[in-house]
Ligand binder design. Structure first.
Ligand code: HEM
Length: 307
């Protein structure tokens, strides 16, 4: 037998021996094992059964699939964020920068493709199928909130009017005033919508746990723990700034555009969101969610979300 093959077989033997496994049994398994096919590996058939419209209105399919695409990009972003968090104690600037750059690529794609929502559905169809989905809203995307909790220290996610006052308080205390409490409230009464109440019931505990776990391993904490030379790395700073702008300005602006397109009428808002305060809540210039204010100039901070 050719030497390379013998060498490979020996290495495989060692691999199984290290786990106390019988190499010959695995070799026999290989004999019967089927080839890997694209459709199995990518789980195409399962993937394509995950779209379950609530109505017979054709454009609802676009709405579902685009949300699913977004959630997959969110999953990719979390995959990178988790790797950064795990490497926190001996992370290299290169690794850190490369991972943040990847997340930026995902968010750039999301912002650039949002026209699929803005221009890709007939408003008449949207306004009809949307009524069958209440009280569901993208507001209930837990991955979106998790990305923020990995990206920055928790006090930055406190509602802007409470941010300064609560900056040294416990995470539990800050959590009560997390910025999203101001969204999905009813314009008329100021009460929480069912959208918000149900979201908190389902994810509140899990998100609070994550906030606590991430105290020392969110991106800002890790950046702060770098030595002075690494902290000055311009590539890293540029990627962190881009991340802040992508997650807190570029994507939210595109998203807001879709809300304006479908839900805003000259005199009254369409009731399709359950009468929420979305116009006051969604624009980045009102929310002023900023992950890394230290990395922006005063002028940039003053004009946040206005470009
Ligand atoms: C036609 C398309 C869309 C419209 C009209 C729309 C509308 C809205 C509105 C009005 C809100 C405020 C909360 C509420 O009243 O329910 C909201 C929040 C939200 N939506 Fe959408 N949305 C659209 C597409 C999407 C997509 C594709 C995603 C992707 C997951 C998404 C994710 C979110 C998130 C994460 C929030 C919370 C934002 C925050 O808290 O700052 N939306 N959306």
């Amino acid at each position: 037998m050719d030497n390379e093959v013998v060498d490979l077989i020996n290495k495989i033997k060692e691999k199984y021996a290290a786990q106390g496994q019988n190499f010959k049994s695995y070799l026999e398994g290989l004999l019967y094992q089927d080839y890997t096919h694209y459709w199995d590996y990518i789980a195409v058939d399962s993937l394509l059964t995950l779209q379950k419209p609530k109505t017979l209105i054709p454009d609802e399919m676009i709405f579902i699939i685009y949300h699913q695409i977004t959630e997959l990009y969110f999953k990719l972003s979390l995959h990178e964020l988790e790797q950064i968090a795990s490497a926190k104690n001996n992370i290299s600037v290169q690794f850190f920068t490369d991972r943040v750059r990847r997340i930026n690529a995902y968010f750039k794609n999301l912002a650039n493709s949002f026209e699929i929502m803005v221009d890709g559905m007939e408003p008449e169809q949207f306004l009809k199928f949307r009524m069958s989905l209440l009280p569901a809203s993208g507001f209930q995307s837990a991955q979106y909130r998790m990305i923020e909790m990995y990206a920055t220290s928790f006090e930055r996610l406190v509602a802007k009017d409470k941010r300064e006052e609560l900056k040294d308080k416990s995470i539990e205390e800050q959590f009560k005033y997390i910025y999203w409490q101001a969204g999905a409230t009813e314009t008329d009464t100021g009460n929480k919508t069912l959208t918000l109440t149900k979201f908190e019931q389902k994810y509140g505990d899990e998100l609070l746990r994550l906030a606590k776990t991430n105290k020392a391993c969110n991106l800002w904490a890790i950046y702060e723990s770098l030595n002075e030379t690494d902290k000055q790395n311009q590539d890293l700073i540029a990627e962190l700034r881009n991340l802040d702008l992508n997650v807190n300005v570029n994507w939210p602006l595109m998203h807001y555009k879709s809300a304006v397109k479908y839900l805003q009428k000259p005199k009254e808002d369409v009731a399709a969101t359950g009468g929420t305060n979305w116009q006051k809540y969604l624009p980045p210039r009102f929310q002023l969610r900023i992950f890394y204010p230290e990395l922006f100039t005063q002028d940039e901070l003053t004009n946040w979300g206005k470009f």
